[in-house]
Design a protein around this ligand. Sequence first.
Ligand SMILES: [Zn+2]
Length: 338
Amino acid sequence: MSFSKVTGHDFQKEFLLKSIEKGRVANSYLFYGQEGIGKRLIALEFAKLLNCKRKNDRPKENPGGVCECSSCLKIDSSNHPDVTLVKCEDSSEIKVKQIREQIEDLIYLKPYEGKYKVSIVNDAEAMNTNAQNAFLKTLEEPPGEAVIILISSKPQHLLKTIISRCQRLEFFRLSDQVIENGIKQKGELSQDRYAIAVKLSQGSLAKAILLDEELISERKRIIEKISELKKDSAVELLEFVDSIASQKSSKEHDHLKIFFEILFMWLKDILYLKSDISDENLVHKDFYEISKKLSERWSAEQILELSSFLEEAWDSLFHRNVNKQYVLENLIIKFAQA
Ligand SMILES: [Zn+2]
């Protein structure tokens, strides 16, 4: 991988390249924008450029091209002593201990072999309050060779004092064309699935690549099932929850996220139909009939209530580690009662 091989984000790449060229590298950055569009990749590629051993003989016309110097290779294999990637480990939050051990204890040491000590915090919003407070101290007095990059899809969960100390760089969703090319390159979907996969991925290449035939068919099962749920059939409800909760593949976590996203987008479709906005914007176009029927049955308030219930459930599952079975049961019952 290299800087120029990361898909899209031309402005952001140019901005970072120029900041190196002009000697204006900031001490701390915040890369923000929706999940799965390449922020972490760009941060790692930026770390490579900052510490590259061939910095001065990179080709002028493509300074972000592939490099195989020892430094770039070490960063590629997560083995560089001056580059740290902090992320959620065994829990859904980043704890103060991690900030101390992986940033504070290291950042004040001189770089071992590179020019900069780069600390990347992935999903920075997952830092709990103590971690954010500890982190703020480092941000207040960063040593000269330190470059800290916070990556977040939910910067609103970061302390304002943290945000204000960072050079902020927003990343936007990738275009439908870029996503479609990515899906074609992977070549696992049949042609008639492209359009729906592009819609489902919502501008995220990471998500688009995860979408396989199985997940796309799963979408059909989920929507059909949920629209038929009856509140008096407890057995059926529980069976459905089990089928979602028990996905045993290693992709389980992502599958669960996609299950939620399918529902989010579907509720949005129903709301669109309710407001008589053109069907052009529908994600699940092939479920027009079902969605239309529900848009007539549900009031706008009911649809919004379901959306906020869905958001709460998402938060419980992915940020507060609440029991999966319990969250899903509550959610499905809510839908069945609507
Ligand atoms: Zn290099």
